[in-house]
Design a protein around this ligand. Structure first.
Ligand code: NAI
Length: 702
């Protein structure tokens, strides 16, 4: 059982012991109630202190137990809290470091709470599509007041204990300890001081009201509705808290439980829980154990101060790591620095960055034209032109100059990392770090593992990714890695849809209604249609039999590269970004259809969405089968964090799982009958066909 029992004179100490964060799984729950009983049975014990060992008071429920019999097996969390609340001897929660979710609900069941400063306090259930389910929505408003409590519950954000302890009239903490170190002594002394106090204070007995009543909740509901978009949980938080102001405590608890259970089975909750697990799983690499030693990264060099080099540098500056940028010419460096300054200054203007932090970051940035000046950097990231010849020269130079043990990374988006590694005598130190544009904003980092990349290099890059707040996903070497390889099929399919009868705006509207931030044609206009044009010129020389719609090439031949040229798939008014449907483009597509002899047909939004999403799913199945991505959840992470796939759907793989792989395959077979579509396109990847036939899923769905 995961809780220890000890005594200090007449005070019992129950200490949860379930590393890393004292999750409230069955063994911790059993541990608490058994230890409590021991304290109650011992006549010499006057009061009890409940705390957590190690890195947390408690991080909350064990989400791995959700949906399993263990989650509801007695004692469940509600009954543990009830046991504490009904204890005839006072129970004092000694809270430190982290009290989140069920951990905070547990503390709220105690008669008194004492917190160490610096502890993170939160009810973050909303982030996995739920509401607190063990009294949080009923007890927190009683100790903090309805409004601050609802803000915490709806946002799920953590607030520091000292900040909460300073709120006027708050009853969350009876005392703030002087320090983490003194917490236990102070808690034991506090327990002794209240040992004889009766009746014991219980949070449930406190009043729960908002002075503006209904008007406040109406306002709160409007605010939350605007922000929560595709997710049902935030509004349910409002419902639960409001009910708490109107119902007797126990009825409020039952109501909270019903709302909680109702959310647990929604697709949105499933998607968020999947992504929560996927985020953690992405950092685990099967053959690179967690305890693999990492190399120290105290300084970074970036080669190339262009679009990517500048953004990449900012990530490290933001994390307090010095960066030296290297270019061929001084004016390129000057331009790079000016862009970084401009980006930071915009943040200062918006109040998102203090002048002091801006100055600190810029002070960490230096430049050079000489490789000698970067030789001692621990990590060098190359972001020069996308040409193998240029990369070859850079990596030969790096091999000659960089100190032994330095990690040599390339930000290439399409080139073979194994070939790049072969330009050096130390391929084990070479790795791909594929950032996304704008590199200082986008969360995704594809870490490209070359054939010879050393395990400690991978472990180091994964750990530095965390430091610079990126979601790192490991990809094997192939053209396009995980994400760009998927989007290529999606773009091809979007082109076929135009040929058959859609307008760009129909396609965009349908997929945006599905939840994508931007449809493929608006996206093309934003990123620049010429980029795809250049890639296609190369790709379809290599693969002349691969069919694709020429409409995108015709568009580029008209000079319509997108927003940067004032027109693309859409028209744009000067200085504005609103996409206006274009008669010129409609005509171009109509003329092209004539050359193909196609009579346009009306295509439903459902078909548009399925064709686009299943094109991603099928390519992902190939990617998984080839071992380019190790796990289906990695694919979902890539597409959610880098390509705007709707979060509430959990990523293309989870979406396919929930649609049913059998249904996906059948739908693809139907698409393959369409004489205008490319029948080969819809041949199910062997992995997809196999899983569908066996009634299995891509993800081991949580
Ligand atoms: P860019 O053209 O904006 O910048 C490249 C910079 O490298 C220029 O400032 C150039 O002066 C410098 N450079 C060229 N040869 C050099 C050399 N031998 N030594 C030192 N500096 C040299 O290009 P961008 O967009 O920043 O792309 C850089 C790399 O990042 C490419 O490999 C590209 O495929 C990759 N990438 C680009 C993305 C994008 O959206 N732009 C996204 C992800 C990766």
């Amino acid at each position: 059982m995961s809780a220890d029992y000890s005594t200090q004179g007449d005070i019992a100490v129950i200490s949860m012991n379930n590393p890393p964060v004292n999750g409230l799984g069955l063994s911790t729950r059993l541990g608490i109630v058994h230890a409590l009983q021991q304290a109650l049975d011992d006549a010499s014990i006057k009061a009890v202190v409940l705390t957590g060992q190690g890195k947390a008071f408690s991080g909350g429920a064990d989400i791995k137990e959700f949906g399993t019999p263990k989650a509801v097996q007695d004692p469940n969390l509600l009954s543990v809290i009830l046991a504490i609340e009904n204890s005839p001897k006072p129970v004092v929660a000694a809270v430190h470091t982290v009290a989140m979710g069920g951990g905070l609900e547990l503390a709220l069941g105690c008669h008194y709470r004492i917190a160490a400063p610096g502890a993170s306090i939160a009810l973050p259930e909303v982030k996995i599509g739920l509401i607190p389910g063990a009294g949080g929505t009923q007890r927190l408003p009683r100790v903090l007041g309805v409004e601050p409590a609802l803000n915490m519950i709806v946002s799920g954000e953590a607030i520091k204990s000292e900040m909460l302890a300073s709120l006027p009239g708050q009853k969350l903490f009876d005392k703030l300890a002087a320090s983490r170190e003194s917490l236990m002594d102070e808690a034991v002394a506090y327990a002794r001081s209240v040992a004889d106090a009766r009746p014991l204070p219980r949070v449930r007995d406190l009043p729960c009201k908002h002075p503006q009543g209904d008007a406040y909740f109406q306002f709160a509901r409007n605010m939350v509705k605007g922000m929560s978009k595709n997710f049902p949980a935030p509004l349910k938080c409002v419902d639960a808290v409001e009910a708490g102001t109107k119902m007797a405590f126990d009825k409020g608890l039952v109501n909270e439980r019903e709302l909680f259970l109702g959310l647990l089975t929604t697709p949105e909750c499933r998607a968020l829980r999947h992504l929560f697990g996927a985020q953690r799983a992405a950092s685990k690499i099967a053959d690179v154990p967690d305890d693999t030693p990492v190399r120290t990264i105290a300084s970074v060099a970036v080669i190339g101060a262009g679009t990517m080099g500048g953004g990449i540098s900012m990530n490290f500056l933001n994390a307090g790591i010095p960066v030296r940028m290297l270019e061929m010419k001084q004016d390129a460096l000057d331009r790079g620095i000016a862009t970084i300054r401009k980006n930071y200054e915009a943040q200062v203007k918006k109040g998102k960055l203090t002048q002091e932090k801006y100055d600190q970051r810029m002070a960490l940035l230096t430049t050079t034209l000489s490789y000698q000046d970067i030789r001692d950097a621990d990590l060098v990231i190359e972001a020069v032109f996308e040409e193998m010849g240029v990369k070859e020269k850079v990596f030969q130079q790096l091999d000659k100059t960089m100190k032994a043990g330095a990690i040599l990374a390339s930000n290439t988006s399409t080139l073979d990392v194994n070939t790049i590694a072969s330009f050096t005598q130390r391929p084990q130190d070479v790795v791909g770090m594929h950032f996304f544009s704008p590199a200082n904003v986008m969360k995704l980092l594809e870490v490209v593992r070359g054939e010879k990349t050393a395990k400690d290099v991978l472990a180091t890059v994964m750990s530095i990714a965390k430091k610079i707040k990126k979601t790192a996903v490991v990809s094997g070497v192939c053209d396009g890695f995980i994400g760009n390889r998927m989007i290529e099929q999606y773009s091809r399919q979007a082109g076929f849809l135009l040929e058959e009868g859609c307008t760009p705006q129909q396609v965009d509207k349908a997929i945006e209604a599905f939840g994508f931030a931007m449809g493929p044609f608006r996206m093309g206009d934003l990123a620049g249609n010429d980029i795809g044009w250049a890639i296609r010129k190369r790709r379809y020389v290599e693969k002349p039999n691969l069919r694709y719609s020429k409409t995108a090439d015709l568009l580029c031949e008209m000079g319509r590269y997108g927003q940067k040229t004032g027109s693309g798939w859409y028209d744009y008014q000067p200085g504005k970004r609103d996409a206006i449907p274009s008669a010129v483009v409609d005509n171009m597509i109509a003329e092209y259809r004539k050359t193909l002899g196609v009579t346009p047909r009306k295509i439903s939004s459902e078909e548009i969405v399925q064709r686009l999403v299943f094109s991603l799913v099928n390519e992902s199945a190939h990617i998984l089968e080839e071992g380019i991505a190790a796990k289906a959840s990695d694919v979902d992470m890539v597409y959610i964090t880098g390509y705007g796939f709707p979060m509430h759907r959990g990523g293309p793989m989870l979406y396919a799982d929930q649609f049913g792989l059998f249904n996906v395959v059948n739908t693809m077979r139907r698409f393959a009958q369409n004489p205008l579509d490319d029948a080969n396109f819809w041949t199910p990847a062997p992995l997809l066909a196999r899983l569908a036939a066996e009634g299995k899923t891509f993800n081991n769905v949580l």
